[in-house]
Every structure is written in C-alpha cells, then in structure tokens.
Design a protein around this ligand. Structure first.
Ligand SMILES: [Zn+2]
Length: 327
C-alpha cells in the first residue's frame, strides 16, 4: 500500500536550468529510448525546434517529451497480483494525524534490506522496467489519475521497495519487490481509492453515485483477482476491505461471509474462514482509526451520501427502510 510516510523518490527535472546546456539531458533521454543522434535530427525537424545551448525551456520540454514518448504504465508488463490476504493488523495510529494509520514496520525492514532488494532487482522497477536515474514524462500517469496539467519531465531517484501482499510485517527478501513510485501507486490504487471513498463517505463528501462507483470497481477487481483460483481475495486490499466492512456496519448487516458475499458476489468462491479473517482485520483498522465503536459492530459516524436515489447498478443493499423509498 502507499503509506502516508512513503517519500516520493521522483523529482521533476529542472528544465529551466538544463535548457542552458541541454546536451547531457537530451543524450540521457535518447539513451533511455535506445535512439541515436540521427533520430534527434528527425525530431528537431518534426517539431521545428533546434536543440542548442540556452534554448527556451518550453522547447526543451517539448523535445524531451517527444523523445520519452507516452511512457504508458498501462503498456508495461503487469505486476504479479498479490497472492496473500491483507490480513495485517500491524498498523498503528499516527500520533500527529487523526485517523491516519501508519504501518508498523518491523526493525528488520531496514535500509540495508531495502538496498539489497534494489540491488537484486538491478535498480529496476519490476513492473515497468524503469531504472534508477531514468527520465520519463508523467503524462500517462496523470491521465491514469485523471489529472490535467503540463507535461512534467521526471527522474527516478530511488526505487521503492514494496510489499506485494500489503503486509508491512513481511520481511522475506524473496517476497519484496522494487517498484517505481508510479507502479507502486498503481498496485495500491484500489486500496487508495477505497480508503479515500471511505473517508469522504464518513464526512458526507461522497455522493451515493460515487460510492456505488467505488463499490462497483471493487467488485470488478475482486472478481478478476479470484478468477484463476490462485489469488484469494487478492484485490481486496486493506482499503477495499475497510470499505466493505464500513458498508456492512452502515447497513447494520452482520460481519459474516454471507453478508460480505451479498456486497461482493465474487467472494462466493472464497473460503469462509478467509473472509472472516479479512473482515476482522478491517474492523480492527476501522477501530484504530476511531471510525468503529469499541464494540466493533457500529460505526462512530454513519456513511452519509448527499443523494437519496441509489443508482440502478449499485452493488450494495439499500439501507434498512430505504428499499421502499427507492421503489
Ligand atoms: Zn514502474
């Protein structure tokens, strides 16, 4: 998962500065793409820009963006999906930020261990192949996050060491992987979206349609993850499990495998004990966040969606008493 404490290891390239002497930056970008100087000439002609010392920064950005291309994370080889359940209870409340859970990393998850993993992976992202020091544009990633903005030229300073099973206590070197920040975030997208939706729903900032969309998404990715039978609940990362638990509590439904399957039908194929464990872990995280009553069955605040009409495709059951209203 993407933790609140996770530093961003990519920094924007100071194009303004490099525009005074662009040769080194251009040649690094060409090398990244396996291109030659002759290819640069074609690009210069195409863009009607001449690469020279003290060129305009905007021109240098266009040339670099053209050389680096879309760099689409979608086109990259897919990271093997997490195979383990997000059963971790190893989270602690942040002393500074209410409601924020931090991973309780064991001391063994040390800088030395992380460096060994990075070295083993040849300082390369195991998902998209981006190497330490590589430049890239954030265009494709911004599209993925639905962010609109100018193209940024980025450089990967350091690979992140990720837990594919979303279990902070995991310190088995063989299980850890080096990822670039983009792939790490993409791996945790369901978790992040779900956690955000939960926070928003509990503060009345999420419409019913948006919550339904999140749950539909969760249903889809959970279904995909369990299809091949080797990935039990793989997509139900902590955020997803928390959202599921919050919906159960909000609907005043018992925390049973049966209830969970009503919300996420794909769980039909999963062992009852696994679902129970996931729900127990989610309940504990909600409690640690102060979102669940100490009894562990009622939310401290109900999910409040400023919209009474549930979309027809909503995957979850209506609130008690709401069924007749909607009909
Ligand atoms: Zn990557």
């Amino acid at each position: 998962m993407t933790y609140a404490t996770q530093p961003h290891h990519c920094t924007p390239v100071d194009v303004q500065y490099h525009a005074r002497f662009p040769a080194a930056l251009i040649s690094a970008a060409l090398q990244r793409r396996g291109l030659k100087d002759t290819d640069l000439s074609a690009i210069e002609t195409e863009l009607n820009i001449t690469v020279r010392q003290a060129m305009p920064a905007a021109d240098l950005t266009r040339v670099l963006a053209r050389i680096l291309g879309e760099d689409s994370p979608e086109a990259a080889p897919r990271l093997p999906h997490p195979s383990a359940l997000p059963l971790s209870m190893e989270f602690v409340s942040s002393p500074d930020r209410a409601g924020v859970l931090l991973p309780a990393y064991p001391v063994e998850f040390s800088a030395a261990l992380k460096n060994r993993v990075r070295e083993r992976d040849n300082q390369t992202c195991r998902c998209c192949g981006l190497r330490k020091g590589d430049m890239y544009t954030n265009a494709a990633w911004d599209r993925y996050k639905r962010v609109r903005g100018p193209v940024k030229i980025m450089q990967l300073q350091k690979l992140q060491v990720a837990h594919p099973a979303s279990a902070p206590e995991q310190i088995d070197e063989a299980e850890l992987v080096s990822l670039c920040p983009r792939c790490h975030q993409r791996k945790d997208a369901v978790h992040n979206w779900s956690a955000k939706a939960l926070t928003q729903a509990m503060s009345g900032q999420l419409t019913a349609a948006a919550l339904a969309e999140r749950l539909t998404h969760l249903t889809r990715v959970t279904g995909e993850a369990v299809t091949d039978g080797t990935r039990p609940l793989g997509a139900l990362q902590p955020g997803g499990a928390d959202l599921l638990a919050a919906v159960l509590a909000d609907r005043e439904m018992p925390f049973t495998a049966g209830s969970a399957r009503l919300i996420l039908p794909a769980l039909e194929n999963e062992p009852v004990d696994d679902i129970r464990l996931v729900l127990a872990a989610a309940r504990e995280r909600l409690r640690l966040r102060g979102l669940m009553m100490p009894s562990g069955f009622h939310l401290t605040r109900m999910l409040t969606c400023p919209q009474t009409e549930w979309p027809a495709q909503a995957q979850f059951l209506p609130r008690p008493g709401q069924e007749e209203e909607a009909a």
